[in-house]
Design a protein around this ligand. Structure first.
Ligand SMILES: [Cu+2]
Length: 116
């Protein structure tokens, strides 16, 4: 439960950070439905290497290590990215930490990427 609250907070902060002005914060509420779905799911932390970036397809591929919180072994796979500005900060070959949430429609959506 604590984790879900943290996710909600970080999503709100990210939403504010994208535009900064109160007007953009209000505008952001118009697409609040996907954010609500994200906030309801548990966030998972992964570490890996960026192996492909597909900006048009709004997805990124990582070769990631085991992610115990979701019961995964290490593997190479694509994740969805709703906020494609995250893709501007990385390139293929970067070692990264990333956060993602499984959604109700069975996608794995990356919510944060940090280059190591
Ligand atoms: Cu995987």
């Amino acid at each position: 439960m604590k984790k879900a609250i943290l996710v909600t907070t970080s999503v709100v902060i990210m939403g504010m950070g994208a535009g900064g002005s109160p007007a953009s914060a209000i505008a952001a509420t118009s697409d609040s439905q996907p954010r609500m779905i994200l906030a309801a799911a548990q966030s998972h932390h992964g570490e890996g290497v960026v192996t492909a970036i597909d900006k048009k397809g709004k997805r990124i591929e990582f070769k990631h290590g085991p992610i115990k919180s979701i019961g995964w072994m290490g593997m190479q796979m694509y994740f969805n990215v709703d906020d494609t500005t995250l893709l501007d900060e990385v390139k293929v070959g970067d070692k990264v930490d990333f956060e993602f949430v499984p959604t109700n429609d069975k996608r794995f959506v990356v919510t944060d990427i940090e280059v190591k």
